[in-house]
Design a protein around this ligand. Structure first.
Ligand code: ZN
Length: 95
């Protein structure tokens, strides 16, 4: 694990806050803001990838399956159901 220099106040606050116990398993000292933003971006990216791979994403076909929306067709081209595979690999409007 990479050691990141932090101020003494940050380290003391980090150490005494029991609400951060789960995070402390990953970081022995508080990560710098820049590092935290990097991790957050990675997490958001990972979330989108998992959603796309599993099909549990904010696309019409999934909402149709859940009974939330009743128009599964692609809102970009209207030619196929709006699935992750269609958007990434097939949709002529995507690219
Ligand atoms: Zn399409």
């Amino acid at each position: 694990m990479e050691k990141i220099p932090t101020s003494r106040t940050q380290r003391e606050a980090w150490k005494s806050n029991s609400a951060l116990n789960h995070s402390k398993k990953f970081f022995k000292i508080p990560p710098k803001k820049e590092k935290a933003r990097e991790i957050l971006l990675e997490r958001k990216t990972l979330k989108v990838i998992v959603e796309m791979i599993t099909g549990h994403c904010r696309l019409r076909k999934h909402f149709d399956t859940l009974g939330i929306a009743f128009e599964p067709d692609c809102r970009n081209c209207g030619m196929e159901e709006e699935t992750a595979h269609h958007i990434v690999c097939e949709c002529p409007a995507s690219g």
